[in-house]
Design a protein around this ligand. Structure first.
Ligand code: APR
Length: 412
C-alpha cells in the first residue's frame, strides 16, 4: 500500500484491488484475496453496525461450504448449525420430507445466517490487518478501461481520497454505483417479475425441525431457522402489499392456517417487510478492470436460498482470477470471468424460477388458474415419488456440480 498526498489535499494511495461494498460479496472477496496475498481496500457506505445487522440470507450451500474449506477459511468464517439435509414440503397439511444433500461424505450446507457470516468475515479480515473503510461517500470510478483505474471517495470526515488500483470489485449490491459506472449500452439487463409479493417476518420464535415450504389454498408460506431461538417466515401476498397491512395477529393466523399448524408457537416480531419477487441478470458482469460480484450483477428470487450463494460463487471465481494474474501473469480466468459466472447464474435463476412457480401455482387457485395449479402439483408429486427427480432437486439445492458420469462400461 503506497500513501501519497494528492493534489486535492486528500490522500492518494494505490493497491491491487478496490472492493466497493462490505456485504457478503465484498467481504468474501477481501478474505479470499488476503488469503492468497493480494492486497485490497474495502470501501463501505454504511457503518460497521449497519452492515452487521442486515439479516437476509440464512443458508450457505454445500458448494460454498466446500469453497471456504478449499481456501482454509471454513472454520474461521462459517457459523451456524450443519443443515441436516432434510427439506420439508407441506402440501395442504401433508408432510413430504425431501433429501437435499448430495449423499457424499463431504461437508454439507450450513444454516449460517447472513449476519453471522458477515460478522465472521469482517472479524477475520480485520484481525489479519485487512483495510475496511466504513461510512465512505461519493464513491466514483475512473479509467476502468485503462491498466490502472482510480476510485475516488470521501471518508467520513469529508476528506477526498483517490486510490489507484489494478482491479475494482463491484460488490455494492443492486443499488450501488459500480454497475452505474459502466457506459450506457454496454450491459444488457434481463429481468422477470413473478407477479407475486412476499411478506417476510423475523421473529424470536422456535425454528422448525427442518426448513419448511408450505403450499395451501390460501397461498404459499415458509418457515426457516435463523439460529437456535429465531425464525424467518414468508407469506405470499399481493405484489403491492404493505407491511402495515399485516399486524401480528394476522401474521400468526395466516402462518397457522397455511402451515397447517394451529399450535405454531408465536414470538416477538423484530422485522417485517414486503417485497415483490423479481429476478434480474446483467450481462456481461465485467467491463475493463471492473468486475461485478453478487447482487451488483444479479438478483434472484429467494426460493432455494441462491442469492448469497451466487455472491460467494462469483467472489471465488474473481479472487482466483486475480491470483492467477498476480502470481502467474495469466489473465485467462479474468477474461472468462463473466461467462463462467453467468453459466451458474442462469442455472440458479432457472432453479429458483422453477421452485417459485411450483410452490405458488400449486396452492392458491386464484393465482394462475387450475391448469397451472395441476402442472405444479404434478411436479411436486414427481419430486416426492421419483428418485431421479429427487436427485436432480438435491443437486440444485447443494449447488455442487453433477458427479461426472461414470465411464460407460466398454464391452470385451
Ligand atoms: N459505496 C460503498 N458501499 C456501497 C455503496 C456505495 N455507493 N452502495 C451500496 N454499498 C454497500 C451496501 O451498504 C452493502 O453493505 O454494498 C453492500 C452490498 O451488500 P449486499 O446488498 O448484501 O450485496 P451482496 O454482498 O452482493 O450480497 C448479496 O446477500 O444480502 C444477501 O441474499 C442476499 O442476494 C443477497 C446477497
Amino acid at each position: 500500500m503506497v500513501l501519497r498526498e494528492s493534489e486535492s489535499g486528500g490522500a492518494s494511495q494505490s493497491t491491487t484491488v478496490v472492493v466497493v461494498g462490505a456485504g457478503p460479496a465484498g467481504l468474501t472477496v477481501a478474505n479470499l484475496l488476503r488469503t492468497c496475498g493480494v492486497d485490497c481496500v474495502v470501501l463501505e457506505r454504511g457503518s460497521r453496525e449497519y452492515v452487521a445487522q442486515r439479516q437476509r440470507a440464512g443458508i450457505v450451500e454445500s458448494r460454498a461450504v466446500r469453497m471456504f474449506e478449499s481456501w482454509g477459511l471454513a472454520d474461521l468464517v462459517l457459523g451456524g448449525a450443519p443443515h441436516d439435509g432434510i427439506l420439508e414440503f407441506r402440501v395442504d397439511g401433508e408432510t413430504h420430507l425431501v433429501d437435499d444433500t448430495d449423499g457424499s461424505e463431504g461437508p454439507g450446507a450450513r444454516l449460517c445466517p447472513q449476519q453471522l457470516l458477515v460478522a465472521n468475515l469482517t472479524a477475520a479480515h480485520l484481525a489479519e490487518g485487512g483495510d475496511i473503510r466504513y461510512e465512505v461517500a461519493d464513491v466514483s470510478l475512473h479509467d476502468l478501461t485503462g491498466d490502472r483505474p482510480t476510485v475516488r471517495y470521501r471518508s467520513a470526515d469529508g476528506t477526498p481520497h483517490t486510490i489507484t488500483c489494478d482491479f475494482v470489485a463491484g460488490c455494492d449490491g443492486d443499488h450501488g454505483v459500480t454497475r452505474a459506472a459502466v457506459p450506457e449500452g454496454v450491459l444488457s439487463a434481463h429481468g422477470f417479475d413473478h407477479g407475486v409479493g412476499w411478506l417476510t417476518v423475523l421473529a424470536d420464535a422456535p425454528p422448525p425441525a427442518h426448513p419448511l415450504l408450505a403450499v395451501s389454498p390460501q397461498g404459499f408460506a415458509a418457515h426457516f431457522p435463523r439460529g437456535p431461538r429465531r425464525s424467518r417466515y414468508y407469506l405470499q401476498c399481493p405484489p403491492d402489499d404493505r407491511p402495515e397491512a399485516w399486524p401480528d395477529h394476522r401474521v400468526w393466523d395466516a402462518l397457522r392456517t397455511r402451515l397447517a399448524d394451529p399450535a405454531l408457537t408465536a414470538g416477538p416480531i423484530t422485522d417485517r417487510e414486503t417485497f415483490r419477487l423479481r429476478s434480474l441478470v446483467h450481462d456481461p458482469m465485467q467491463y475493463g478492470r471492473l468486475f461485478l460480484v453478487g447482487d451488483a450483477a444479479h438478483i434472484v428470487s429467494p426460493m432455494g436460498g441462491k442469492g448469497m450463494n451466487l455472491a460467494l460463487y462469483d467472489a471465488d471465481l474473481f479472487a482466483r482470477a486475480v491470483r492467477d494474474h498476480v502470481r502467474d501473469q495469466d489473465d485467462t480466468a479474468l477474461r472468462s470471468y463473466s461467462r463462467r459466472c453467468l453459466r451458474r447464474v442462469w442455472n440458479d435463476q432457472e432453479f429458483s424460477h422453477w421452485l417459485t412457480r411450483t410452490v405458488h401455482d400449486a396452492g392458491d387457485d386464484t393465482h394462475r388458474g387450475p391448469f397451472l395449479r395441476n402442472l405444479a402439483r404434478a411436479r411436486l408429486h414427481r419430486l416426492f415419488t421419483s428418485p431421479t427427480a429427487a436427485q436432480a432437486f438435491a443437486e440444485q439445492m447443494t449447488g455442487l456440480d453433477p458427479a461426472p458420469n461414470p465411464p460407460a462400461a466398454t464391452s470385451g
